[in-house]
Design a protein around this ligand. Structure first.
Ligand code: GLP
Length: 252
């Protein structure tokens, strides 16, 4: 298996968004019913706005979100199903019937398996857009999540709850449990675009790309994936010592 981790250091998040949007556009041109893995959080926002600017026909794209809060009111605006609807489905013109979030069809013990099955029935994720938490989490796979973990009900770390408190009125309101695709589930996506912007992500990016592959840094499992594109700004790349932008990335 050839490893092709392409590192792109871009000027700012807008440039990072355009680069990722270009990749998505190319993938949709090849396959109009692309299975796109979508991520929430502030990092991918420039990706969605760059895609909106391109005004593509994305009506056949099928999308799967990474994760969902569990202990949150059904009508809460920060429920990821609502965030995906507001920030991705509607502005991009996706067909809401083709967009899924874990927990859409129940939040019981069987929900994680049903989600795995839905992804498998779609033929797997073609292209996954991914952010990273300051503690190296991907989706809601907190430190300690194994590289072969599957979609499951999990608990948020206090660090992640504090980080996500900015989306809520108070820390107390931040949910404590979630449904998340597992690290192993995410690794099955055929291609992955990992994005990180800002100095607060520098340590996590360095540990993920240059550190040992360990469950303590769930994103480090990406080192074992055959097709990962990393898009970071200079501050997120500032602690990298071994990874250099690939030749192809430098030309971009
Ligand atoms: C959240 C999400 C992740 C996201 C990460 C970083 O908790 N579950 O999918 O990648 O934290 O968020 P942000 O991009 O806002 O920094």
């Amino acid at each position: 298996m050839t490893r092709t981790l392409a590192l792109h250091v871009v000027q700012d998040r807008r440039a990072g968004g355009s680069l990722a949007a270009e990749r998505i556009a190319a993938a949709v041109a090849q396959r109009p019913d692309l299975v796109l893995g979508v991520a929430t959080g502030s990092t991918p926002e420039p990706v969605w706005s760059a895609l909106v600017e391109r005004a593509l026909d994305l009506s056949r794209v099928r999308a799967f979100a990474l994760d969902e809060y569990l202990d949150i009111a059904a009508d809460h605006p920060e429920r990821y199903a609502a965030v995906v609807e507001r920030e991705i489905t509607r502005p991009l013109g996706l067909d809401p019937r083709l967009v899924r979030t874990p927990g859409d069809d129940g939040r019981d013990e069987g929900a994680p398996q049903r989600y795995e099955r839905a992804i498998a029935e779609a033929g797997g994720v073609d292209l996954q857009v991914l952010g990273i938490g300051r503690n190296g989490h991907i989706a809601f796979n907190e430190p300690g999540s194994a590289a072969d973990s599957r979609t499951r009900i999990a608990r948020l770390s206090e660090e992640t709850r504090r980080d996500n408190a900015r989306f809520f009125r108070s820390l107390d309101e931040v949910p404590r449990s979630c449904i998340t695709q597992g690290v192993g589930t995410i690794l099955e996506a055929r291609s992955i675009i990992l994005l990180a912007f800002g100095p607060s992500k520098a340590a996590a990016i360095t540990a993920a790309l240059e550190g040992p592959v360990t469950a303590n840094v769930p994103a480090s499992a990406l080192q074992r994936h055959p097709d990962v594109t990393v898009v970071v700004d200079e501050s997120a790349a500032s602690a990298l010592r071994q990874c250099r932008p690939s030749a192809a990335a430098e030309r971009a």
